[in-house]
Design a protein around this ligand. Structure first.
Ligand code: DAK
Length: 253
């Protein structure tokens, strides 16, 4: 299901969005941006999935922005394309769905930025991450400058961007760029097992957790919103049943 640039399959409450341009190592062009956004629209409208897994078909997660497509753009058309890549990242980040990038092979430039827009990342030890933009004479423009430092700290983020060197999946795990590292050929199955497990959590609580994580800790807003969120979650039947079970176990001791 979905457009010619991506495929969408569902496994229970897990949606699997596969970048489906393996001949171009899943390079991102305008059509792929539009396809991802329309999948998100549909999933959010349906509301029957709580976890989104993003994977790449073939031997790459994604080799970045489609350099052939970008070569034909300039001025306003280039700006519109870059804005579209931003919208993709923001839609993933703000989505009520919990997102997991399953990275195998290359995740370069815009491909690494796509993985960064996901809530969590799992990769193979042999995956290859990198931000080559500066070696091409530019800077990452689709969210890495804003997201990378939150994961690896500002000094290391700047080093990765300025040096533009590639790193393998093991190194990405060591510096906190990814949550989990698995063996070669294992990313898809491992990410799916993880996604299935997480999809059993209540989807409203997942949505609140994502939102609360983005609240600034200072000021009065965070404690107030947290209080409201906890009170909504804890008034639900699921929470009351689980907490009741725990407490009756204590009482019977
Ligand atoms: N775009 C288009 N096609 C690509 C591609 C890409 N990024 N990467 C690979 N392909 C295509 C190749 O052209 C080739 O197609 P055919 O020639 O067979 O038709 C096919 O995928 C297989 O690639 P290779 O033959 O090159 O495969 P190799 O194993 O030899 O090499 C590689 C794999 C990943 C090392 C190599 O393909 C490569 O270096 N690719 C380019 C990686 C890259 O530099 N990506 C772009 C990163 S920069 C901006 C905002 C955002 C961006 C830029 C500006 N502004 C705010 C201004 C985003 C920038 C980026 O993403």
């Amino acid at each position: 299901m979905a457009g010619y640039r991506v495929k969408l399959t569902r496994e229970g409450r897990v949606a699997i969005l596969s970048l489906a341009r393996p001949d171009a190592l899943n390079a991102i062009d305008r059509a792929m941006c539009d396809a991802i956004v329309s999948v998100l629209d549909r999933l959010e409208e349906d509301g029957d999935c709580s976890v989104l897994m993003i994977a790449g078909e073939g031997r790459a997660f994604c080799a970045g922005a489609d350099l052939k497509h970008m070569r034909a753009l300039a001025g306003e058309s280039l700006r519109r394309f870059i804005e579209r890549t931003w919208i993709v990242g923001e839609r993933i980040e703000r989505s009520p769905l919990l997102s997991i990038a399953a990275v195998q092979g290359f995740a370069l430039g815009g491909g690494a930025e796509l993985a960064l827009a996901c809530d969590m990342r799992l990769c193979e030890s042999t995956a290859m991450f990198g931000f080559p933009e500066m070696t091409l004479g530019s800077v990452p423009g689709s969210g890495a400058m804003q997201r990378l430092h939150r994961l690896v700290g500002p000094a290391r983020a700047l080093e990765l961007v300025v040096e533009g060197k590639r790193m393998d999946g093991n190194r990405a795990g060591e510096i906190g760029l990814v949550n989990r590292v698995v063996g070669h050929g294992e990313a898809f199955d491992a990410a799916l097992a993880w996604a299935r497990d997480l999809s059993e959590r209540p989807s409203e609580a997942i949505r609140y957790a994502k939102t609360c994580m983005r609240l600034p800790a200072d000021g009065a807003v965070a404690p107030m919103v947290q209080g409201m969120v906890s009170s909504i979650c804890q008034s639900g039947a699921g929470y009351r049943a689980n907490a009741g079970q725990f407490l009756s176990g204590k009482d019977s001791r």
